[in-house]
Design a protein around this ligand. Structure first.
Ligand SMILES: [Zn+2]
Length: 473
């Protein structure tokens, strides 16, 4: 977190309007191939902008979008939530139907160049792949949105609803300088908005078997800080009990505690939808997971087989941080630990916190560092059906399921506002590449970028345009 009082422009929004007459949009025939070429070049350029968070420095990448909007004659707004933390958005005005936001975050996680085959900020195009931090999470998504947004603008086809392009800061650190800040400080942007597309879902390609998931809800993070206190002293003369011992005892009880496993409806739908892609015994189990949810042996097997899917069956916690004495021979009067908990999307957080406090016992103080409110987006919408139809037209043999994800994205900020928010990127990531998300050699296939432009455009064309943008259908 960086704060400064010297920047008076902080938090002020600046609106830019392109000078009239520079490039007035004309109804033009869309050249899809040319747009795909542009998208590829934009992606490479975008990856080269260092938005590693911390510190993020998203003003640089916001400037990249601003330059493109200026060249296209599109009005946009930019806001700095803190020095260097840029956010940018632009709106194409349409009819009275609820508007849609195309959201992505501009920041990326750090990369250790020692383990990469190319510079993580190179944007290098090699053997049909674009390499670089953000290729999967989530600069490609932003470029697919940009290409679609510009195509709608360039062809000037009347829209049934507003379409908003939005690129934000800070998602990788919780979104409080990005999406969360905009919701808090610029709520008028979201008036009349009914839908939002964001990261969090999309396709996977396992040896040619394509499966798409559209994220409708996610587990709810609760990050807790635990503190234990006791009598300090010298390491040479141990006391009967002291802060570290109290913490160890509490954490030992906690690690052995299992939160009740239960199958919520959204996970049931998710498991049934993907069952076909699994070999036995998992296929039968996923088809009717309610039958085995009470079987501790099966749950342990699932945790070993796929910890991410297991995490969808219960509230979970990982014990991740410890702070003890600063010196080996000093018994500290205070020690701390932090635990990363994720709740099922229908969990009452207060009831769960009471359970956590009971297990940890009275010697440990529990502080909530971060906690969100749970929410699920309905699949009974035209947007859901449009995304599904376009996906299955492109991949007729693919699976397509509404999905619950174990991680979290910025979508919760918008679900809180009642906006139907889906995690979906129109790419089918080869399974060998999925480890690149926050890992090494993050890369996206050129084919995914090109096809993703066409698919995203088709989705928006059907959902928001009054007539086709592309000619081929
Ligand atoms: Zn992301």
């Amino acid at each position: 977190m960086q704060r400064s009082v010297s920047r008076i422009a902080l938090g002020l929004t600046v609106m830019f309007t392109a000078i009239a007459g520079t490039s007035a949009p004309v109804a033009a025939q869309l050249d899809l191939e040319a747009l795909q070429d542009e998208a590829l070049a934009w992606l490479q350029e975008y990856i080269r902008i260092n938005t590693i968070n911390p510190p993020g420095n998203e003003v640089e990448s916001a400037g990249f979008f601003a330059r493109i909007f200026e060249a296209e004659g599109i009005t946009y707004e930019m806001a700095e939530s803190a020095p260097g933390r840029g956010n940018i958005w632009a709106r194409l005005e349409g009819g009275d139907e609820p508007g849609i936001v195309l959201l992505h975050h501009m920041d990326v996680v750090p990369a250790d160049a020692r383990f990469w085959t190319s510079d993580p900020l190179s944007g290098e195009l090699r053997d049909g792949y674009v390499y670089g931090r953000g290729a999967l999470d989530t600069k490609t998504s932003g470029i697919l949105h940009l290409a679609t947004f510009l195509a709608l603008h360039r062809t000037a086809i009347p829209l049934t609803r507003d379409v908003v392009f939005m690129a934000t800061a800070d998602e990788e650190a919780g979104g409080f300088f990005g999406a969360g800040w905009l919701v808090e400080n610029r709520p008028e942007i979201f008036e009349g908005i009914g839908f939002l597309l964001n990261e969090g879902g999309g396709g996977s390609d396992v040896d040619g078997a394509i499966n798409f998931g559209l994220e409708v809800t996610q587990k709810v993070p609760y990050w807790l800080r635990l503190t234990a206190r006791g009598e300090p002293g010298h390491g040479s003369r141990p006391l009967v009990t002291y802060a570290s011992v109290k913490m160890i005892e509490a954490l030992d009880r906690f690690r052995r505690h299992e939160f009740e496993a239960r199958l919520i409806p959204a996970v049931d739908v998710h498991f049934r939808g993907m069952a076909e892609g699994y070999a036995e015994p998992w296929r039968s189990r996923f088809e009717n997971f309610g039958a085995v949810i009470g079987d501790a042996g099966v749950l342990r097997e699932l945790q070993l087989y796929d910890p991410g899917l297991h995490a969808l069956t219960r509230n979970t916690c990982s014990i991740t941080r410890f702070e003890g004495s600063e010196k080996i021979n000093v018994v500290s009067p205070e020690v701390a630990a932090e635990i990363d908990c994720r709740l099922l999307p229908d969990q009452d957080p207060d009831a769960w916190l009471a359970e956590v406090r009971r297990v940890l016992g009275s010697e440990v103080e529990v502080e909530v560092l971060m906690g969100f409110t749970p929410a699920v987006s309905s699949t009974d919408t035209d947007l859901y059906r449009t995304v599904r139809d376009v996906t299955l037209e492109e991949f007729p043999d693919a699976g397509f399921v509404p999905q619950v994800v174990g991680g979290f994205t910025d979508s919760h900020f918008f679900r809180d506002l009642g906006i139907t928010s889906y995690g979906y990127t129109a790419t089918a990531t080869p399974s060998a590449d999925s480890g690149g998300v926050h890992g090494n050699d993050e890369r996206v296939t050129e084919e995914n970028v090109r096809r993703g432009v066409a698919m995203t455009l088709r989705i928006l064309e059907r959902f928001a345009a009054t007539r086709p943008v592309m000619e081929d259908h």
